[in-house]
Design a protein around this ligand. Structure first.
Ligand code: DUC
Ligand code: ZN
Ligand code: ZN
Length: 494
């Protein structure tokens, strides 16, 4: 009899709060001991000189999802989850996206059918709500929250996804009542459409005009508006893919005022700028995403926000489209910027990029790296402590990092189905050499050790319990403004 299926020995373990040297003992997919000098295992992995970190929780990625324009992502649950695990991730939370006219139940079934036979690691779903009708608001959404789908995204832009502010208020009210988290794509639709219409009318159709049409003001205005809507209902909000210094300031101010506003930024806002979208011909289309990459000052502001706590989470927003007629160029080889598929890949490089350029260059600590890429997402999205940490009782989801391994990024070394990477040619230091998913050696020596269909669906609890609003709206904070909301909430829910 052995005590453990696997021991990871002699490594330097880092969690969001501690760094220490110890062995990790794993039995039946869970961590059952953390101590010095463990022995008695079927297999021992020597991690001397390596970092033993929680596997990444990648909570913003688009896998096997049709975009608002109806274009299917290049990665399905097989290639998407394989690419994720090679990048050090052990959990993904992609979107189950409702298109208008679909019931949420139907959407959830569809995404389960897509994920179950193919995922190699564990997964959950955020909902995207684009049709906030009575059935969705009154029945489906509350029932799905109770069934473990405890977060959803709403859009303030894109004609086929955009919700009116009153719909967002309805959704925030349901989130508050049922203990769920609302995520928001915060860009002002009218500003973007007004600018795009004029650019297009004047023949300015090249990819670079995408960046011009998604003005910073569109992002900061919508961020502020979403925050005020959440403030009215005293309900947490998470603003995804923050790109600009101005939007980060809006968020920081709200946090300083005591509001429960979480925020995310992504690799494209640290390592790309609008100049990348201004490459020759259609090449810039490879870098088009929304919001767009900005400039060097905005990049610095994103780094500041990662280290000063404005951003709690760092995700890839992997939105994979090939540079051909199936993806980016679906509307033709010279399509105007309005018709380009929107998004960049990054699921496999998210953690190596942040490790190399963040931890390696002294911009963030190793603990902050763990918090930003794993622990905070697990907490915010209701998976902690099962996921997101190294602790007795947690799932044995672990990445063994070689901090000295140097890699030059080329698309050849990646496992997605996109055909290019925006980070081609970057020299990175630090790499997840072995990845353990529920005790299974999922990646080793550059090879996959787990089967499609072996990832489990994760039912989630309300994620932010530790700061969840309690009882009635806090009239003492803002009696005049919240009074109306209190009446509405009481009418609706009492
Ligand atoms: N928003 C996302 O979150 N991802 C891709 C495109 C978009 O607008
Ligand atoms: Zn978005
Ligand atoms: Zn996204």
């Amino acid at each position: 009899m052995t005590d453990f299926d696997l021991i990871i020995s002699q490594g330097t373990i880092a969690t969001a709060s501690d760094i220490f040297k110890a062995d990790v003992g794993i039995k039946d997919g869970r961590i059952t001991a953390i101590a010095e000098g463990l022995d008695g295992a079927v297999r021992i992995i020597d991690a001397d000189g390596k970092f033993v970190l929680p596997g990444g929780v990648e909570a913003h990625c688009h896998i096997e999802q049709e975009s608002g324009m109806g274009i299917m992502a290049a990665d399905d649950y097989k290639s998407g989850s394989i690419s994720a695990v090679f990048g050090g991730n052990t959990t993904i939370i992609p979107f189950a996206a409702q298109h208008r006219g679909q019931s949420l139940r139907e959407v959830i079934e569809l995404y389960h059918d897509r994920a179950a036979p193919k995922a190699v690691i564990d997964y959950a779903f955020h909902l995207i709500i684009s049709d906030a009708n009575e059935q969705v608001l009154g029945q489906e959404l509350p029932a799905l929250i109770k069934a473990g789908y405890t977060s959803f995204k709403v859009f303030l832009t894109y004609p086929l996804l955009k919700l009116e502010d009153r719909d967002v208020l309805n959704i925030l009210a349901i989130a508050r009542e049922n203990g769920a988290l609302t995520m928001v794509h915060a860009e002002n639709d009218d500003i973007i459409r007004w600018l795009s219409d004029r650019l297009m009318a004047n023949g300015n159709v090249a990819p670079k005009y995408h960046a011009m049409s998604h003005a910073r003001i569109a992002e900061s205005e919508a961020s502020n508006r979403a925050i005020q809507l959440a403030r009215l209902l005293d309900t947490p909000l998470l603003i995804v893919h923050v790109s600009s210094e101005e939007a980060a300031k809006v968020i920081r101010r709200a946090q300083d005022d005591g509001l429960k506003v979480f925020a995310e930024t992504c690799p494209q806002y640290l390592f790309l700028t609008a100049d990348d979208i201004d490459k020759d011909g259609m090449e810039g289309a490879k870098f088009c995403c929304s919001p767009p990459p900005r400039n060097a000052a905005d990049q610095e502001a994103m780094w500041r926000g990662l280290s000063n706590g404005t951003f709690q989470v760092f995700h890839s927003d992997h939105a994979p489209y090939r540079f051909d007629e199936t993806g980016k160029l679906n509307a033709g080889p010279n399509a105007p910027f309005k018709k380009l598929a929107n998004g960049v890949p990054g699921i496999e490089l998210r953690m190596p990029l942040l490790f190399s350029e963040g931890v390696g260059k002294g911009r963030i600590s190793l603990n902050e790296f763990v918090a930003l890429t794993s622990t905070n997402a697990a907490k915010i999205y209701g998976l902690h402590p099962r996921k997101g940490t190294i602790a007795v009782g947690s799932d044995a989801d672990i990445a063994v990092w070689n901090p000295d391994r140097e890699i030059t990024v080329t698309h050849d070394i990646l496992h997605d189905n996109v055909g290019y990477t925006p980070y081609e040619g970057m020299l990175l230091k630090g790499w997840p050499e072995k990845v353990i998913s529920r005790g299974r050696v999922a990646v080793e020596d550059g090879k996959l050790g787990v089967e499609p269909g072996s990832g489990n669906f994760l039912e989630r609890s309300p994620g932010y319990d530790f700061i969840r609003p309690k009882g009635d709206l806090p009239l003492e904070i803002d009696p005049e403004h919240n009074f109306g909301a209190k009446i509405l909430l009481d009418d609706r829910f009492s």
